[in-house]
Write a protein that binds this ligand. Sequence first.
Ligand SMILES: C[S@@+](CC[C@H](N)C(=O)[O-])C[C@H]1O[C@@H](n2cnc3c(N)ncnc32)[C@H](O)[C@@H]1O
Length: 368
Amino acid sequence: MAEASGVRMAPGNGENSYATNSRLQEKAILETRPVLSKAIEEVLSTCDSTMVVADLGCSSGPNTLLVVSEVIGAIRAYTKKADDTRGVEVQFFLNDLPGNDFNFVFRSLEYYHNLGGGKDTPPYYVAGLPGSYYRKLFPRRSVHLFHSSYSLMWRSKIPPELSSCTHLNEGNIYIGKTTPPIVIKMFQEQFQKDFELFLTLRSRELVNGGRMLLTFLGRKSEEMLMHGDVATAFEWVSISLQSLVQKGRVEKEKLDSFNLPYYAPSVKEVNALINKNALFDIDHVKLSESTWDPLDDSEDDTVLDCANSGANIAKCIRAVLEPLIVDHFGEDIIEELFMVHASTVAKHLEIAKAKYPIIMVSLKKGMD
Ligand SMILES: C[S@@+](CC[C@H](N)C(=O)[O-])C[C@H]1O[C@@H](n2cnc3c(N)ncnc32)[C@H](O)[C@@H]1O
């Protein structure tokens, strides 16, 4: 069965690639360091000398190997602290959908291996694993740690009633100001199905006491319409596409039939599904906020240069959405679309700084 979502990041390492435009995601990976270290310490204190780690939705670019290096760093620190002489070895699996630029990952890996990593680096082995994490990926009880960053808000598919155009989300590409309640419910139900399936599959694949560290985009409140701050970024893309419709560059029907396979849940929704299935104990859950401008590290609410910040945000959204947009609308509109998008974002930034919520959840599998 072909993968239905079509999701993949812009390949390679050119100006508009994901590899060049993934600093937001890098910051999020670095922020999880203490929670990741704790999960690794707990796994290492119970496993034998081989640890199996899988990164789900690894994409291609510096972040893919940053996860590998963060895990190795945590193992190295634990081994030193606990004076562990077992000679721990690590098997990594880097997972993404088959459309991911795995060739780029493998080429970067060669360079990474050559760096050596220092004398305390545990022996490690890295394999690519193409396939959807909404399907079985591993044998039963074979993985010690699942890691996933900025991926689980992507759905396995667009809700079927939307992809078949039985229902329309006119003028929007996600949950926007004018999305009908029935369509919002479809996005939400797709999330519930996907997330429950994900938990069930991973709990089979984890060893008893195994861990999962998941970071994904969410929303702060239970508010549905516009879906909290996170939908704002997609609303800007919708507005930009609407302006191309007005110019006659895009057919209205094309826009009305384009929806993102996406859903940003609230912490309450996430907790409810984890507790409903009782497959995992929640060790840690946290909601934080990030600015949309990947180059803005300031804590305050001022935007110094709206045009510049708008261009930064447009690049980062483009690296994520370009392949899906090209699949549906064709290549011709891309440059124009993201120029309009950058100025749409800049106008918004004159009113308010753009931020979005991130959910981090660390889970432990009980005995089965
Ligand atoms: C925004 S990127 C995040 C990449 C990386 N983890 C990071 O933090 O930079 C999201 C990744 O999730 C992948 N993805 C989305 N749905 C997936 C699925 N069902 N199975 C595996 N990977 C998926 C996408 O292809 C994409 O590479």
